[in-house]
Design a binder for this molecule. Structure first.
Ligand code: HEC
Ligand SMILES: [Cu+2]
Length: 406
């Protein structure tokens, strides 16, 4: 028989062997991102605690199991035990102690911190600030309700990298045109909504991953302790563009954030004045092209030729076939005739962009694009992709169409 001391030594060795991989995980590229919010810190702590405790228990039990298999084998003269339940006091102790120890570990050592972090995660009360995040296929809209600021954030990784013509750069598919900017050391409540399907707002360094569900408002919160650039992604499969809606958050100290906010306000006010002016056709086409790229090209493609059966081309006279329901919707709106796309009247065209096509993937842009954006967009569409309608639309016209009830 092996001595008790030897047995303990063996168990300790196995226990340590289990610890080493979990400790080694602390600094390797597969590890979690450095946590920068209380929630992220807490959940990472719990994760490591769980991992270490579980690894120790696992290796300890496995060690005892292997030890027993080897040392008590038949060839050494051992016989199977015949008892079906503990009988001696010693056996009772060896049964009850592990049971109590496991219950203690589960419900106290692991249970209390886990429960605490789940409650903390859900506690969005006493926020210093509220940001509204609206997801749609396939972009994020960020809104600062108190300051009346709102903008859309879309992927800015160039198409040439996506198609493999150029090598991917460091932040491939993790770069956007307008990042979300937030102050550090403030409790920020994030209210999540979705315009179409379920998306999920996930920023690993913040320790949050919250679904955005159409028809519901969901809450989460962050309190970023360190200025920096943090990247995340939509974490709920939401269609073909799912991989193309990253999240970039820039966390700035409060003073810098306030300055940024003031600047945004000026920018938005200036843009609002600019809305009322008349643009030249050249200006409209240039602006329309960039608005199209950011908002429409994911479905209708950069060249406006769409995807057969799914997304119609925007070119007059192009053939398009799809499900009868889709085609019927298009026909009703005056954009489809005899198997081909036709350019409907300007007013209906603006209407489609403003309100989308109900029951199809064509989204409404009424709350995302300004009058000038839409004027530019529609002018661009009607004079590119092989279209030559010659129509030039001004923001004031879009404004009046926008205000007439549909
Ligand atoms: C999420 C995908 C998606 C996005 C983004 C999208 N569309 Fe569409 N669009 C569609 C679908 C699908 C249809 C066809 C709907 C139907 O069958 O009735 C459509 C139809 C249209 C039509 C009428 C048909 C045609 O071919 O002329 C126009 C015009 C149009 N979209 C313009 C736009 C513009 C402008 C944008 C950007 C502001 C845009 N779409 C963004 C999916 C999209
Ligand atoms: Cu998504």
């Amino acid at each position: 028989m092996i001595s008790k001391r030897k047995l303990l030594g063996l168990a300790a060795t196995f226990g340590l062997a289990g610890l080493i991989p979990s400790l080694a995980m602390a600094k390797n590229p597969f590890d979690f991102q450095t946590p920068v919010t209380p929630i992220a810190k807490e959940t990472l702590y719990i994760h490591n605690l769980f991992l270490i405790i579980i690894a120790v228990i696992f290796t300890l039990c496995l060690g005892i199991l292997f030890y027993s298999l080897v040392m008590h084998r038949k060839s050494r003269g051992h016989k199977s035990a015949l008892f079906t339940k503990p009988t001696t006091t010693k056996q009772w102790i060896f049964t009850i102690i592990p049971f109590l120890a496991l219950a203690f570990i589960d419900y106290v050592v692991l249970g209390i911190p886990a429960f605490h972090s789940i409650l903390a995660l859900a506690d969005t009360s006493h926020a210093d600030m509220v940001v509204k995040v609206t997801a749609s296929q396939w972009k994020w809209q960020y809104e600062y309700p108190k300051d009346g600021i709102k903008f859309t954030s879309t992927l800015s990784t160039p198409q040439s990298q996506i198609s493999g013509k150029q090598p991917p750069d460091k932040h491939f598919l993790l770069e956007v045109d307008h990042p979300l900017v937030l102050p550090t050391n403030k409790k920020i409540r994030i209210v999540l909504a979705s315009n179409d399907v379920i998306h999920a707002f996930w920023v690993p360094a913040f320790g949050i991953k919250q679904d955005a569900v159409p028809g519901y408002l969901r809450n989460t919160w962050v309190d970023i302790k360190k200025p920096g650039v943090y990247r995340g992604q939509c974490a709920e499969l939401c269609g073909v563009g799912h991989a193309f809606m990253p999240i970039v958050v820039i966390a700035k100290p409060e003073a810098e954030f306030t300055a940024w906010l003031a600047q945004q306000k000026i920018k938005q006010a200036r843009a609002a004045t600019a809305e009322n002016k008349n643009f030249s056709k050249r200006e409209l086409l240039a602006r329309g092209k960039s608005v199209f790229k950011a908002n429409c090209a994911a479905c209708h493609q950069l060249n406006g030729m769409g995807i057969p059966g799914t997304f119609p081309p925007l070119a007059e006279g192009k053939a398009f076939s799809a499900s009868p329901q889709m085609l019927e919707q298009l026909r009703k709106r005056g954009f489809y005739k005899n198997g081909k796309i036709v350019m409907g009247p300007v007013k209906d065209h603006v209407d489609i962009v403003l309100h989308g096509i109900h029951g199809t993937a064509m989204p409404a842009f009424v709350s995302q694009l300004s009058d000038a954006d839409i004027a530019a967009l529609v002018t661009y569409e009607r004079n590119d992709f092989g279209n030559h309608t010659g129509d030039v639309l001004q923001p004031s016209q879009v404004k009046s169409i926008r205000s007439t009830k549909k």
